[in-house]
Design a protein around this ligand. Sequence first.
Ligand code: FAD
Length: 395
Amino acid sequence: MNENYAVIVIGAGAAGLMCAITAAKRGKKVLILDHANKVGKKILMSGGGRCNFTNYSIEPENYLSDNPHFCKSALSRYNQWNFIELVEKYQIEYYDKGLGQLFCKKSSKDIRDLLLNECRESKVDILLKTPISQINKNDDNLAFTVKTENQDYLCHSVVIATGGLSIPTMGASDFGYQIAEQFGHKVLPTTPALSPLTFDKRWLNKTNNLPGNSLDVIVTCNSQSFKEAMLFTHKGLSGPAILQISSYWRQGDPLSINLLPNLDVPEWIKENRNTRPDIQTKTLLASEMSQSLASFFCDEFQCHSKLKQLDEPSLDKLVNSLTNWTIYPAGLEGYRVAEVTLGGVETKNISSKTFESSLCDNLFFIGEVLDVTGHLGGYNFQWAWASGYAAGNYV
Ligand SMILES: Cc1cc2nc3c(=O)[nH]c(=O)nc-3n(C[C@H](O)[C@H](O)[C@H](O)COP(=O)(O)OP(=O)(O)OC[C@H]3O[C@@H](n4cnc5c(N)ncnc54)[C@H](O)[C@@H]3O)c2cc1C
């Protein structure tokens, strides 16, 4: 037997929940379907269990997309202050971890429960463990049939909120891309983003005693720079600076890393050479980083002498190496650990105001399934809230 809804949202993640709540508050009868066994799994695991739910400063420049203008409208109509207001309504304690990144003080569960409560109050139906086999537009062209194993559902609007490909064990699938293509949309090539980078065997050998060591750096690639922490791991490099730059890095690209971004390095070396000429380069570096890193970089830069023994060309070389250490990562660690997916449903045939497809009436795409990817720092959830809210007002 068919059951009728005004709106069916596929995906009980951040974007789908926000869209369902917004639509239900307008009086729409809404059903959310998800194949996972829990609502908002990525919310629960996000921000190290404390969900970085938004950022004090949200700008279109914080997003990557083939069409950098696409995100502007939704982000301005539901901004960080709107979500903060909701968080405060629920008296969820939060804090700024730095760089405007807002995290829950207690647990990500607070955000998931907030959304679940809003769903309950606005009478959104949620069905979990429900794989969808087909979505078809009906002959009268007015409604969709959503087929699941046990039941078919009829609805006026379908919202695809199935997210990206990262962390398949959490329910990620390419279903949203398949539906997009079924209705004539182009799906831009996808790749893991906000992902650790890997080293090849030779570099892993060179750095085998460094995992766990971190330092603040400025990392640059393809004209983008981030000043944050970089961490050596058993597979290569991670930490916020590396996750951020991974969204801009392409196979074969070098990373340029300023290892001492808080110092005027030429001046610092000159001054130490004058005041402490007998100091070993390694000892000097160890005043700004761990002993292991200082040792590694002295090997790497072939610089094991006292400062006074360095002639001008050697000094220039040392300054250049410290401020522009160039390395070639082997690859991205991949969807298993990446926070998001770059690429996805092309925004060209999606309204930036309503998120409706221009190729199929009453079909909507929101959240990470679209070709809009945020920086690290709460930007991806803000995109989910904003796009979900926008579509929720038009379904
Ligand atoms: C480890 C980790 C930490 C993160 N931390 C942060 C953070 O702190 N701040 C931040 O802003 N962003 C963070 N992100 C990114 C953020 O979680 C996502 O960008 C965001 O969840 C995207 O929301 P969404 O609703 O579009 O998709 P999702 O939250 O991924 O939801 C998609 C839903 O669709 C369901 N689904 C998928 N395929 C199907 C199918 N075939 N049938 C039925 N249902 C399906 C899934 O089960 C899921 O419930 C993190 C991501 C990861 C992986």
